[in-house]
Design a protein around this ligand. Sequence first.
Ligand SMILES: Cc1cc2nc3c(=O)[nH]c(=O)nc-3n(C[C@H](O)[C@H](O)[C@H](O)COP(=O)(O)OP(=O)(O)OC[C@H]3O[C@@H](n4cnc5c(N)ncnc54)[C@H](O)[C@@H]3O)c2cc1C
Length: 411
Amino acid sequence: MRRRTVLGAMLAAPAIARAQGAARVVVVGGGFAGATAARALAAAGHRVTLVEAAAEYVSCPFSNEVIAGFRGMDAQRFGWDTVAASGVQLVRASATGVDPAARRVSFDGGSLEYDRLVLAPGVEMRFDALPGYTEAAAERMPHAWKAGPQTLLLRDQLQAMPDGGRVVMAVPANPYRCPPGPYERASLIAHYLKTHKPRSKLLVLDAKDQFSKQRLFQQGWAALYPGIVEWVSLSDGGKVTAVDAQAMTLTTDFDTHKADVANVITPQRAGRIAVAAGVADRTGWCPIDPVSFESRLVPGIHVIGDAAIMGAMPKSAFAANAQAKICAEAVTAMLSGQAPAEPRLINTCYSLVAPEYGISVAGVYRPVNGQLTEVEGSGGTSPLDASPAVRAQEAVYADAWYRTITGAVFG
Ligand SMILES: Cc1cc2nc3c(=O)[nH]c(=O)nc-3n(C[C@H](O)[C@H](O)[C@H](O)COP(=O)(O)OP(=O)(O)OC[C@H]3O[C@@H](n4cnc5c(N)ncnc54)[C@H](O)[C@@H]3O)c2cc1C
């Protein structure tokens, strides 16, 4: 009996110590990276506050399907109720500044002190990178690279376009959010044109010569959309150097292309709070230590998700979720004076070439010489020349992946 009491007290002790001395961790941004980190940090016993500017989260993965008209926007919308129910305090505000010396984050109407800060603000579209492409121009030539009204604008423009119209996409150089995303979008716009406006064409102007899952996409385009999609590489003059939203033209070194619908995916950079916190470098992205995700520029601040420079790891929701869990473990270790363990991270990106035609790429990453590097021999892509049954199966996996990750992060 006596022995049991002692054991009971011993088991209870760590919980009491944790509650009394719980560290204050503030997370800015409640997307795939931030919401995951907040939940994992709360589960580890920290006092976690999540600062999120938006009233709802609108997911980019699967937003290309909305643009192509075969998915409703409601399947993209999520809230943070479950995140709050898992012990995270929510502050609905836009973080505007960070004082690293005082360890304080400020937002409209208040501020919060932290022991560790996790920044996960995603990306900002650059409106200074392409002459003619301003925020006003984006209302005529949507980027649709942040899901929400821009997604619906592009969908509605495609639906309003007469048969025989010309859609032009501008795709940026690396790095940008979701490397295969523009090509999935091109595929699904082509699917929409083929099934609804078969006399129409899609021109893809690219600032690159190579892209993710290229052979798989091009094989799919040749099989499904011959004569509809034309891809112009950098070497063939694909880089868009200016746009005119009034005239609806996109200019390259060789030509000026007139569009009925223009989707201009501009270059991007880390969300603005990263600049205010001093964690973004001259590239506009945030250098981090790939073991702890702590900023290389400002101690005490960790950066995860699209905003950070993750070496070979792509900017994806899958990657953001994986980084967030590792970051939460690293923060926990560092708060108790231990060194974080060296991580291994996995990424998988599914893309649809048509509603029942999926392809994927996967990789495993680890820190080597301060950079996340792909583990040799890991990962790979779907096979070329696969049967329609294999492609259909991958489309089912893609859907299952989306439901699983959004359930884990927001559900
Ligand atoms: C068309 C498209 C398709 C994609 N498809 C896939 C896919 O199939 N698979 C995949 O894995 N990835 C996909 N992605 C990529 C994926 O969307 C991103 O990699 C992912 O959203 C990154 O998560 P994040 O948390 O870093 O940023 P985000 O998801 O952008 O979240 C950032 C959050 O921070 C908030 N925020 C920003 N600044 C502040 C501030 N100052 N104060 C408070 N809150 C702030 C924002 O409101 C937002 O909620 C796709 C992207 C696009 C554009």
